[in-house]
Design a protein around this ligand. Structure first.
Ligand SMILES: Nc1ncnc2c1ncn2[C@@H]1O[C@H](COP(=O)(O)OP(=O)(O)O)[C@@H](O)[C@H]1O
Ligand SMILES: [Mg+2]
Length: 261
């Protein structure tokens, strides 16, 4: 596999829900250490595309390649085994459990009691969780804190820590800053930059163009379930992107100040 092989590539993806065509001939490529912003109006197909990449929905047609190899993902578990992790909008954390338990939930370090019964090694989990949070420069009072005691931004950070705790190569985030206070948004975006710098490919869905322009390397626009436009961030600007989101390719017709923040 060369440096130019996408870490994940979707080719000609179709997804139907009954009579609705959610995705129509969609292509996507993500490179190692790249942050790809995926934008589009409500219903454009962003979340559906991410769920196809994360193994939640089988596409009706089309091909997925992971590190250049064709793959069929039958479940999120299949995706995870290939290093594809998704941070869900509702985060899917267990509020009544501790931070370290959440980070390794279902994937705990074990020790053998009586030499053969695998038991969760809580001490090792706590140590590994703290090391991982340190690596990500995520600050919490203690890994023993329950997730329900954390702020929205800290929860998002824990969800990202969970997604990257093992061998993630690709992290997909669907609106990770939507529910956050302004001062917490920057921290999450900086965390995404750190992931990128460590070689992880990130796909970020956001309707906040400020977030997209702060953290992404490239942007791709879906419109009515189809690829509409794509550009490196340096080659476009907010107005053009707003136009694309509305299905408009001529810059002149776009007025500034659309309610997209
Ligand atoms: N589980 C589902 N069942 C039926 N229709 C769905 C389902 N998920 C998404 N859709 C439809 O597919 C289209 C794309 O939705 P979605 O991917 O959620 O868009 P976005 O995330 O860009 O807002 C919409 O028309 C939506 O109503
Ligand atoms: Mg969505």
């Amino acid at each position: 596999m060369s440096e130019a092989t996408p870490v994940i590539e979707a080719r000609g993806i179709y997804k139907y829900f009954g009579a609705i065509t959610a995705l129509e001939d969609v292509n996507l490529r993500l490179m190692k250490g790249e942050v790809l912003g995926v934008v589009g109006d409500n219903g454009a197909g962003k979340s559906t595309l991410m769920k196809v990449l994360a193994g939640m929905y089988p596409p009706n047609k089309g091909e997925l390649l992971v590190q250049g190899q064709p793959q069929r993902l039958r479940s999120p578990r299949d995706a995870r085994d290939l290093g594809i992790e998704m941070v869900y909008q509702d985060l899917a954390l267990a509020g009544n459990m501790r931070i370290d338990e959440n980070i390794f939930l279902g994937r705990e370090h074990t020790r053998n009691a009586l030499g053969f019964i695998p038991l969760v090694n809580h001490k090792l989990n706590a140590v590994r969780a703290q090391e991982h949070l340190d690596r990500l420069k995520i600050q919490v009072k203690s890994v023993n804190q329950r997730v329900e005691e954390l702020s929205g931004g800290q929860r998002q950070a824990v969800a990202i820590a969970r997604a990257t705790a093992l061998h993630a190569q690709i992290v997909i985030m669907d609106e990770p800053t939507a529910a956050l206070a302004i001062k917490e948004v920057r921290k999450v975006l900086d965390l995404i930059k750190d992931l990128r710098n460590s070689g992880i490919g990130v796909i970020l869905i956001s309707h906040r163009l400020d977030d997209i322009f702060y953290v992404c390397d490239r942007i791709m626009v879906l419109f009515h379930g189809r690829n509409f436009a794509e550009a490196p961030l340096g080659k476009t600007d907010r107005n053009e992107v707003i136009g694309w989101i509305m299905g408009n390719k001529s810059k002149e017709n776009v007025s500034a100040g659309m309610p997209l923040s």
